[in-house]
Design a protein around this ligand. Structure first.
Ligand SMILES: [Zn+2]
Length: 355
């Protein structure tokens, strides 16, 4: 109901010329919209996680919208410098992708290239060195694919004999159980991949086919080197996609991530993005010590000159967001009307430990 009212209001505002007015205002001129994307489906991932994925056709429509609204799409570093010096062009936008998945390489990168748009990829690096799917995501995806099944016998994973697969909550319980099992047994990436393979077998899914298609995998060294050679900006997202509460471990994640990016691309990374959008107050001092230039969250908003450079808001754009809503953010109206800025973190399974 609330959403219907919101969309009706946006429609009215657009028809009355408010979008255009705000888009051309001085107010919008001094603000930067940082867009955040995750995955672009290789198959049906946007149906599995509509708040994480979109399909390639939808991304193409989004990129056209940037053009139609006369947005100035800038490289992230330049946009942040110009935000500070009060020198942004009209309707400034920076495009970022989280994680650096293979589907970025296969689906998003060709479209961005075709539209001649700069992009920053926040690359998590553990799975770039290991050609296998991200464990927790793959387990969740496999179970979703068999959501028509009633229950599975999960005793061999230390879970109960009849685990519910039909509901989101039931599937979540199984994934949680598998993550806890791999934590408890201190399993490495290879061993966890074997669990995912066995789960697929129980569910009657051809795992080797999913692996061969690179579903839920990250870009490898060659793919990363190729996109960087073609102008893609690769920045920090921690090595193992996690932000430990202990300073030394947190900073080690940055160091490992930075070293892997340097080794794979020859570039020095200094911009950071919080994995799953999760941040805590103490992280800011640790990022400062690591001489990080900026850090972005998943909280909705336009970035302003006086914002804390380690808490820059971004707009997460997925299948779950309508084109009208995105347009409202491109022109700035979305920021004026936004009451719930903090990211819902609904797709987070934050205890995942891939190593
Ligand atoms: Zn991420």
């Amino acid at each position: 109901m609330l959403r219907r009212i919101k969309l009706a209001t946006l429609n009215l505002m657009k028809a009355a010329g408010v979008f255009e007015l705000v888009a051309n205002s001085e107010w919008r001129r001094h603000r930067l919209l940082i867009l955040c994307y995750h995955g672009i489906s290789l198959d049906d991932e946007h149906l599995w996680r509509p708040f994480l994925y979109m399909n390639a056709g939808q991304l193409a429509t989004r990129l056209d919208a940037l053009n139609n609204m006369g947005c100035s799409v800038l490289p992230l570093g330049e946009a942040l410098t110009r935000l500070q010096s009060w020198d942004l062009p009209p309707r400034s936008v920076a495009i970022t992708f989280d994680d650096g998945t293979y589907d970025f390489y296969k689906q998003a990168y060709p479209l961005l290239k075709q539209h001649n748009l700069p992009v920053t990829v926040y690359q998590t690096t553990y799975y770039s060195d290991h050609a296998m799917p991200v464990f927790n995501l793959m387990c969740s995806y496999l179970l979703w694919k068999r959501r028509d099944k009633q229950v599975i016998d999960a005793r061999e994973f230390g879970l109960s004999e009849s685990m519910e697969v039909r509901t989101e909550a039931g599937r979540h319980r199984i994934v949680r159980g598998l993550i806890d099992l791999s934590d408890r047994e201190k399993l490495n990436g290879k061993q966890k991949n074997e669990i995912a393979r066995r789960l697929a077998e129980i569910l009657g899914i051809d795992y080797s086919m999913l692996v061969a298609r690179r579903i839920l995998q990250l870009m490898n060294e060659q793919e990363l080197a190729e996109v960087v050679a073609n102008g893609v900006d690769v920045q920090l997202h921690t090595h193992r996609h996690r932000t430990p509460d202990v300073e030394q471990s947190f900073r080690q994640e940055i160091t490992d991530n930075r070293e892997r990016i340097r080794a794979m691309t020859g570039k020095e990374a200094s911009h950071f993005c919080y994995p799953s959008g999760v941040y805590r107050k103490q992280f800011i001092g640790w990022l400062e010590k690591e001489q990080i230039t900026s850090a972005t969250t998943c909280d909705a908003g336009l970035a302003r000159r006086n914002d804390n450079q380690y808490l820059l808001p971004r707009l997460v754009d997925t299948t779950g967001r309508s084109q009208l809503e995105l347009d409202s953010w491109l022109c700035g109206v979305g920021d004026l009307l936004s009451f719930h800025r903090a990211a819902p973190q609904r797709y987070v399974l934050s205890k995942d430990r891939p190593e």
